[in-house]
Design a protein around this ligand. Structure first.
Ligand code: B4P
Length: 191
């Protein structure tokens, strides 16, 4: 079973590449960002809590995210494989993911880490903000998201490097170039 974690700073293209990966490999897409945005739209209790954190460029608390993820996994037990897009973002989330998958006797096959220079990321997110009006794609919020990424999420690269799952992918080419690189790496994996 192929289970991929797509990892990277805000705007590295996790959502963009996930769409292409699920089309090619038929995986079930789990984007914590997309789920949270839907909850915000529905004004559910989870959405109302999440909105405060997202609009300030902070991460949503681990307990909420982990419960949300367990629920999605329980509702999609027949998936051929999963792509985790934007999850995990902290060490406690990574440990919880291992536990949740272990209980189902599955494991992460690889963590694809997309790397792009911060300057380029800020430009991408500002452009997306103009086009989509996403509330967290404003300069001061983006700068905070980058800081939160460096402090809380980037240490996960070491966590996955130590357990041999980390695969680095340059993310600064065109969408198609990055996808080609991803396909080369996925096709090398033992699954
Ligand atoms: P996410 O929805 O995960 O979004 P993201 O990190 O901003 O973007 P992504 O990397 O997916 O970029 P995309 O492909 O869209 O998170 C949003 C917020 O939700 C977080 O800040 C956090 O508050 C909360 N959250 C989510 N998950 C959480 C968790 N696990 N724990 C706690 N909180 C959580 O690409 C960005 C732009 O670049 C697009 O406009 C795209 O068209 C463009 N682009 C992509 N690839 C490109 C390329 N190769 N060249 C040029 N442009 C490109």
């Amino acid at each position: 079973m192929l289970n991929i974690v797509l990892f990277g700073a805000p705007g590295t293209g996790k959502g963009t590449q996930s769409e292409l990966i699920i089309k090619k490999y038929g995986l079930h897409h789990i984007s914590t960002g997309d789920i949270l945005r839907k909850e915000i739209e529905r004004k559910s209790p989870l959405g109302l809590q999440a909105e405060k954190h997202i609009s300030a460029g902070q991460l949503v608390p681990d307990e909420l995210i982990i419960d949300m993820l367990a629920d999605v996994l329980n509702k999609n037990t027949d998936a051929k494989g999963y792509i985790f897009d934007g999850f995990p973002r902290t060490i406690p989330q990574a440990k919880a993911l291992d536990k949740l998958l272990g209980e189902r006797e599955i494991a992460i096959t690889a963590v694809l880490s997309l790397k792009v220079e911060e300057k380029a990321l800020i430009q991408r997110l500002l452009k997306r903000g103009q086009e989509s009006g996403r509330a967290d794609d404003k300069l001061e919020v983006i700068e905070n998201r980058m800081k939160v990424y460096r402090e809380q999420t980037d240490p996960l690269r070491d966590f996955y490097k130590k357990n041999g799952k980390l695969v680095n992918i340059p993310g600064d080419g065109t969408v198609e170039e990055v996808f080609e690189e991803i396909v080369v790496e996925i096709d090398r994996l033992p699954f």
